[in-house]
Design a protein around this ligand. Structure first.
Ligand code: GLU
Length: 558
């Protein structure tokens, strides 16, 4: 056999069952022919059983950029690392995208159904495609078979670190790069395990430049590693799959985490070797958090809030998380929203030039703010349905309580919600609802445990008299004005100022003011010094419950 025949033999031996040609594949994945400016983007998660909030952030950005340009956004499952795979993740991802209103045009629409002409959209089903191009590179002498064992690789890196050289399978260290084809054939025949490596022509001392859509012009050393493109199990590595898929699927903008930035030289070299047009790149800095005084990346292991599951469990309405993430993407979102309260958030246009070059800082106060605002605008029925739906999955006792007492619960949620008055903003996630409303329910709230000292500065003797006086005249049918004038009458009677202005002018003339009087009732009914509107609370609790609780509180004061 001459050299050419030997190479053919090797390739046929390795890819016995492969009967596609690269031309067939290129024909099957025609260029998308989209007008200038139209973007094709993708979300390419690995099915590891975990959805990082940063993944949703990136997916949301990618989807918006595609759809804003009337382009295509697709979902590709990157499952080439079989060891890390966790069953059920595809379904999780599809559901999360649905929940976050991130609409895909192509890819998985359920655990088992894919749509779109550029599929399959899962890498393990694209093995033949990758292998066809691996085969092409082998025949062109741009790739080679490597039988280096784990021990040999370890030795190489040990020697490199001793000599303070760049670590990696490269240049003269690449022991299989220049082996004879006879030796390759011999090893193949003995069934030794092997990988296929790309034969790099780069040089680490040369620089390479490219434009990143956020970072601008980036200069990095050329790649000189002979990276693995096909692993021992016949599947491609990330580098190779990325290049093949993003080219064939017509991605115009690769938007991904900036942990991939340093690999761009490898990717550019592979695009060139395959004669593929290159996409644009946009590398996102990770979402960070404050840890003490320093910032660090949100960590999957250390920070529960790295996972979307955390937000579901805490009961943040997804719409509020979307708004929060939009604001992380482009910090002018908040102003836009205030200026356009009635416009759908889908209309907000993302501007790449406003993306942060360094990592966005996760800020729970801001998330809570968006959430409070969102919840404040819901109807009482809306809140009821949201909380019920959440509690069904996460808090059984709350679910039962709401389910059994629907009308009462809706009227509780309706406090400070309708009409022109101030809107309540106490609720910002569903997991706090139980604690915020339990005092309305006799079976959930032991009035004997109320801390009577909360009524300070009013003394216990005055408080008893005041409560008894109130009970005598309390009528649930009273309007707010009448109800309040009765409280003011009581205030005056016990030498408390009936309005704050008067009190502030001459505090020494009074024992306190009308707010101190109201506080007694608030504490007696709710056990707290802060609550939504007291008049409305009484209206919802009803005559009997109010009087019973007040009487009970008098007993506590004795
Ligand atoms: N599967 C890769 C990851 O999860 C995707 C990176 C990319 O978007 O290309 O990091």
């Amino acid at each position: 056999m001459n050299e050419q025949e030997k190479l053919k033999w090797i390739v046929e031996y390795i890819f016995k069952d492969l009967n596609l040609s690269d031309i067939d594949i290129l024909n099957k994945y025609p260029r998308r022919n989209l007008p200038e400016g139209v973007r094709v983007t993708r979300f390419a998660p690995s099915p590891t059983g975990f959805i990082h909030i940063g993944g949703i952030y990136a997916a949301m950005l990618s989807e918006r950029l595609a759809h804003q340009s009337e382009g295509i956004f697709y979902l590709r499952i990157e499952d080439t690392d079989k060891k890390r795979e966790i069953e059920g993740t595809i379904e999780m991802i599809v559901k999360a995208l649905n929940r976050f209103n991130i609409n895909i045009d192509e890819g998985f629409i359920s655990e088992s159904e894919q749509v779109g002409n550029y599929g399959p959209y899962i890498q393990s089903q694209r093995k033949e495609i990758y292998q066809t191009f691996v085969k092409k590179l082998l025949l062109e002498g741009k790739a080679y078979v490597c039988f280096a064992t784990p021990e040999e690789l370890e030795n190489i890196s040990n020697m490199q670190s001793q000599r303070k050289e760049l670590i990696g399978y490269r240049k003269e260290w690449a022991i299989w790069r220049n082996k004879s084809l006879d030796e390759v054939i011999e090893n193949l025949k003995t069934n030794k395990s092997f990988v296929i490596r790309f034969k790099s022509n780069g040089d680490f001392n040369n620089k390479i430049n490219f434009i990143d859509l956020i970072k601008g012009e980036v200069e990095l050393p050329e790649n000189e590693l002979d990276v693995v493109i096909m692993k021992g199990d016949g599947l491609p590595t990330y580098h190779f799959a990325h290049v093949i898929d993003d080219y064939l699927m017509g991605t115009t903008d690769v938007i991904r985490g900036d942990e991939w930035l340093s690999s761009v030289p490898i990717h550019l070299e592979l695009f060139n070797a395959l004669n593929f047009d290159k996409p644009r790149f946009l590398h996102l800095a990770p979402i960070e958090k404050l840890d003490g005084n320093s910032r660090r990346k949100l960590s999957k292991r250390k920070d529960p809030e790295a996972s979307v599951e955390f937000y579901y469990k805490e009961g943040y309405p997804v719409k509020a998380i979307i708004e929060y993430l939009l604001n992380l993407v482009n910090s002018n979102y908040e102003d836009w929203k205030v200026a356009n309260p009635e416009v759908s958030i889908d209309e907000f246009k993302i501007d790449i030039s406003k993306l942060k070059v360094s990592g966005a800082l996760f800020d729970f106060d801001k998330l809570d703010y968006f959430s409070r605002e969102f919840i404040a605008k819901l109807s009482a029925d809306g809140v009821y349905n949201y909380v019920l739906g959440w509690a069904k999955n996460y808090e059984e006792k709350l679910f039962n309580l709401l389910f059994k007492n629907k009308d009462y619960a809706v009227s509780i949620f309706n406090i400070e919600r309708e009409g022109e008055g101030k809107k309540r903003k106490d609720i910002y996630k569903w997991s706090i609802v139980y604690n915020e409303i339990r005092y309305f329910f006799d079976e959930e709230f032991d009035t004997n445990t109320i801390d009577i000292n909360l009524i300070s500065p009013v003394n216990f003797e005055d408080a008893k008299l005041i409560i008894n006086e109130f009970i005598l005249t309390f009528d649930l049918n009273d309007s707010l004005d009448i109800w309040f004038s009765k409280i003011k009458d009581i205030a005056r009677k016990f030498n408390y100022a009936d309005n704050l202005k008067e009190y502030k002018l001459n505090p020494d003339n009074f024992k306190g003011n009308v707010a101190d009087i109201a506080k007694i009732f608030r504490v007696a009914l709710t056990g707290k010094t802060q609550s939504p509107d007291l008049y409305q609370i009484m209206q919802v609790m009803g005559q009997e419950r109010v009087v019973t609780r007040l009487n009970n509180f008098v007993k506590l004061l004795n």
